[in-house]
Structure formats: structure tokens, C-alpha cells
Design a protein around this ligand. Structure first.
Ligand SMILES: Nc1ncnc2c1ncn2[C@@H]1O[C@H](COP(=O)(O)OP(=O)(O)O)[C@@H](O)[C@H]1O
Ligand SMILES: [Mg+2]
Length: 472
């Protein structure tokens, strides 16, 4: 600790002004008297002889210097009582109370929160910042420009959460941000059998046209029943009451017992199936012809779905059995990734509700802008954001921007925001609606610098953190 000045002016339980005798910088931690802890939010020079309203123009520069002084605005975080931090301050301190700058080692012995996790340090004091892992259940957003160090931060966070006994699943959108760092825990999306609805979406979006989503879906179910045997295709459609058939529950009941993982997916028999199904659905001949050409030409290969190791249910079993699962979703098309994410989100919620037990799991979505606003998994993400806390299911969403990347229903349920330099000042204003921001200055942040705000911060108020380096 180094004395840097003393309290002047009007002191309060939230802010004090420190007359500086020594240098301090923005974000330095300050101890006032024998127990208040605070942070420098602003520094200013003043000189009564330089008042813009003074009629006298000073000429002797040396003499003027003698009147000059420097103040620091210090926001108070709380008090230190018998080795413990307490966010309450019940009374103001007198003017003249000395103020000290916190230096390396000064706070190490203090107790802030139970079972803290560590991903970085406060820059000037080198104090390893104890973060509150209970905040994860209340959802965390990590926001900042590309290259600001978000994925690096989240890798550190993942390791800490695993260390403290949480299950973690990470959606690695790029396949390079997590998979190479946790090699033994990776499952790639080309090993996951998507749900049939997502497959139908791929076909409709990419090939047939959005109006034919139903045709694609019905054809997939029919294929599931028939494996492309045209006799069975017709039987199936007839048993649904199409053509001259009469409705009969048996085929539908049988469908339930067939796993898409256990049949052989083949492109030509599927095209033939689609042909027959569209006929039963009374599509016009030219529409059917067009669909067949498009599908034949599309290069979508159903046979690539043969031999996959996990369906969504197996995947959820795996996630709940392991400490850490990295889902590399970088190779499949977007609709399939959407389907996997949607399935995993709602599946995990389902399991929790069925077991009626907390799952103690964190779900990380990096590059969340691709998923968390106006996309197929957005609803499932919002649902976890709204109801996950009850089941110990926490979201960690990582994106470049706040308002434009994250759905309002998701944002409204996030209780900690960790942010670096932001591209839009309106983002900062909006973040201020859900966590206390006070008067921070985000103009000065470099790679690895983040303000930690909300429940994750040991103070519940913003504190600057620099993430630990590579290999720590
Ligand atoms: N605290 C740090 N110390 C050293 N290098 C860092 C730190 N934080 C991030 N980096 C590096 O900066 C680069 C960008 O980080 P990354 O996490 O990929 O950014 P983002 O995900 O925000 O785009 C990476 O090469 C990363 O290793
Ligand atoms: Mg990244």
C-alpha cells in the first residue's frame, strides 16, 4: 500500500474525492482510512487562479503551479472488516482520511467470496480477481470486438468451471477456438445424427424451396419407414389415409420404434420416395419434376448421415456424463447446426425437468450472433435464459455486440456482462439497464482487458480485469 492523498470535500458512502499527493490512474484500487475499498473512476487537475471566470490573467507560470492540485474521483465498493469484504458501507469517513493505492499482495489474504474462480487479474495491483461462480446460473454475456480476447477468456473460464465441479458444454462455431485446446473432449458435428426436422429444413432451404418443407419432412419419415422400398412407401402413405387408403395407426406406431441411426440412408431411393410422396400430396407434375431435378443436382448426400455415432439423445447422455464436452459444429451446414443446438438446449431442459434435479451445467455458445437472435435456436436459448436458473443450467454467450446480436428475451435474463471495447456506444447504455455501470471509461481497453460487471464481479460493480496469458 502506498499513500497517495487524503479525502477532501463532501464524502459519502458511495463516492469520495481524494486530493492527490502522488500519481494514480483510472481503475487503480484505493483503500481509504482503515477499511474502505474503492476504485479510481476519474482524475482531474484544478487551479483556482486558472478559473475561466477569473478577471485576472496570471503571468508568472511558476507562481501559478503552486496553486495547482489534482483530485481523483473514487467510487467505493465496500468495506473490509476483520479480513472479509463487505459490500455495505454504513457511514461516511471524515475529510482528511488518508487514501492508499493498492499494490501487489495487498488484497491476497482477504476473503471475498466462497469458492472463487480466477481468469485474470486487476491490472495495476496484479490482484488475481476472485469471481463468483454462482453467477453462471444467472447467465453471463461476454461482449467485445473481434480480437479483444473473448474466446481466450472463455477458455480460461471453462477450465475454472470444470475445476470447481461444473459440467460444461461448448458450442465451438469455428472449430478452432476450443477444439484444439481440449482435444480429448471433442465431438464433431459430422458424428451427430440431426433430428429429421432439421434435415427437412436443409432440404427445403437449400434445394426444394421453403414452400416444400412439408414434402421434405413427410418424405424423410416415409423413408424412415420404407428405406426407399417403393412398395412400402405406398403402403405407408395409404395407411395414413392418402390415395385410396384408409387411416390405420399401425404404421405410425411402428415409426416410433425405428431409429434413423439404424437404417441405411441412400440418395437415389430417397429421390424415388420423394417422387411418390409428392404425388400423394397432390403436388402438380411440374413441381414434382422440378423438385426431383433440384434434389438430384444439389449434392446433398443423405448417405453422409450413415454410421454416425450419436443422435441428439445420445449426445445429451454424453454431455451429462462428462465434465466437459466440446461440440465442434464447424463442418455441417447452418440448418443442421441450428438443429443440433436447438435439440441440445431443449433436451437438457427436458432432462432437468424430468429428473426434477439441478444439473449444475454451463452451456457456452461462442459467436452467439449466429444463433441468438431471430434464428431457429433462439427460442430454445431464450427458454434456457428464462427458466434455466431453477435447474442449475447457466448460459455463457459470447458475441461482438450486445443489442444487435442477442435477442431481447435473452438479454433481459443475463445478470453478468463481461465486456471489452464495444463498437457501439448504445450497447453500453443498454448494458447499463441490466447491470450497474457507474462511470467507467471503455476507451482505454486493449486485448485481454475486460470490465467484469454484475453478479460475477466480487463487488457487483464494474472492475477492470486483464485475462491471464497463454499457458497459465
Ligand atoms: N490475456 C491475453 N494474453 C495474451 N494473449 C491474449 C490474451 N487474450 C487474448 N490473447 C490473444 O489475442 C488473440 C485474439 O483473442 P481471441 O480470444 O481469439 O479474441 P476474440 O474471441 O475476442 O476474437 C488470440 O491470439 C489470443 O491468444
Ligand atoms: Mg472468438
Amino acid at each position: 500500500m502506498r499513500k497517495v492523498g487524503f479525502a477532501v470535500g463532501r464524502t459519502s458512502t458511495k463516492w469520495i474525492t481524494v486530493r492527490l499527493e502522488d500519481k494514480v490512474l483510472i481503475d487503480d484500487l484505493i483503500i481509504v482510512g482503515n477499511g474502505l475499498l474503492g476504485v479510481v473512476r476519474g482524475v482531474s487537475y484544478a487551479n483556482p487562479t486558472m478559473s475561466p471566470y477569473s478577471p485576472f490573467t496570471p503571468t508568472n507560470v511558476e507562481a501559478i503551479k503552486a496553486y495547482e492540485y489534482q483530485n481523483a474521483n473514487v467510487e467505493l465498493y465496500g468495506s473490509i472488516n476483520r479480513g472479509r469484504f463487505d459490500p455495505r458501507i454504513l457511514s461516511a469517513i471524515p475529510t482528511g482520511t488518508p487514501a492508499y493505492k493498492v499494490e501487489r499482495g495487498d488484497l491476497e489474504e482477504l476473503a471475498f467470496i466462497e469458492n472463487p474462480i480466477f481468469v485474470g487479474e486487476h491490472p495495476s495491483s496484479k490482484w488475481p480477481l476472485p469471481l463468483d461462480s454462482r453467477a453462471i446460473d444467472y447467465h453471463v454475456a461476454v461482449v467485445g470486438a473481434t480480437g479483444s480476447g473473448k474466446s481466450h477468456l472463455v477458455r480460461l473460464l471453462v477450465k475454472e468451471l470444470v475445476r470447481t465441479g461444473k459440467r460444461v458444454v461448448v458450442f465451438d462455431h469455428t472449430g478452432v477456438d476450443y477444439s484444439p485446446y481440449f482435444r480429448d473432449q471433442v465431438i464433431t458435428d459430422d458424428n451427430i445424427f440431426p433430428d429429421l426436422f432439421s434435415l427437412a429444413e436443409v432440404m427445403a432451404n437449400k434445394v426444394l424451396g421453403k414452400d416444400y418443407l412439408d414434402d421434405a419432412e413427410v418424405s424423410l419419415y416415409t423413408y424412415l419407414y420404407s428405406e426407399g422400398d417403393l412398395e412400402k412407401v405406398r403402403n405407408f402413405m395409404e395407411s395414413l389415409g392418402f390415395g385410396s387408403g384408409e387411416f390405420d395407426m399401425e404404421a405410425i406406431s411402428k415409426l416410433r420404434e425405428i431409429s434413423p441411426m439404424n437404417i441405411n440412408w441412400d440418395d437415389e431411393p430417397f429421390i424415388a420416395t420423394l417422387r411418390v410422396v409428392m404425388g400423394y400430396l397432390k403436388r402438380k407434375d411440374h413441381t414434382i419434376a422440378k423438385s426431383l431435378f433440384r434434389l438430384a443436382k444439389s449434392g446433398i448426400s443423405l448417405s453422409s448421415f450413415n454410421g454416425r455415432k450419436y443422435d441428439i439423445n445420445d449426445l445429451i447422455d454424453h454431455i451429462l456424463d462428462e465434465d466437459l464436452t466440446i461440440l465442434d459444429i464447424s463442418s455441417e451446414t447452418l440448418p443442421i447446426r441450428y438443429g443440433i443446438m436447438r435439440g441440445v438446449m431443449s433436451g437438457i431442459m427436458d432432462r432437468a425437468e424430468r429428473r426434477e434435479d439441478k444439473l449444475n451445467i454451463a452451456i457456452v455458445v461462442d459467436e452467439a450472433q449466429v444463433y441468438a437472435k431471430g434464428q431457429p435456436p433462439t427460442g430454445a436459448l431464450s427458454d434456457v435464459a428464462r427458466r434455466g436458473r431453477k435447474w442449475g443450467i447457466g448460459l455463457i454467450l459470447v458475441s461482438q455486440r450486445w443489442v444487435s446480436d442477442l435477442d431481447i428475451n435473452i438479454r433481459a435474463n443475463i445478470n453478468s456482462v463481461v465486456f471489452s471495447s464495444l463498437q457501439s456506444s448504445s450497447d453500453l447504455d443498454d448494458i447499463g439497464k441490466i447491470v450497474s455501470l457507474g462511470d467507467i471509461d471503455t476507451g482505454i481497453l486493449g486485448t485481454g482487458d475486460f470490465y467484469v460487471t454484475g453478479l460475477l464481479s466480487p463487488f457487483r460493480r464494474p472492475i477492470l480485469m486483464h485475462t491471464f496469458g497463454e499457458g497459465s
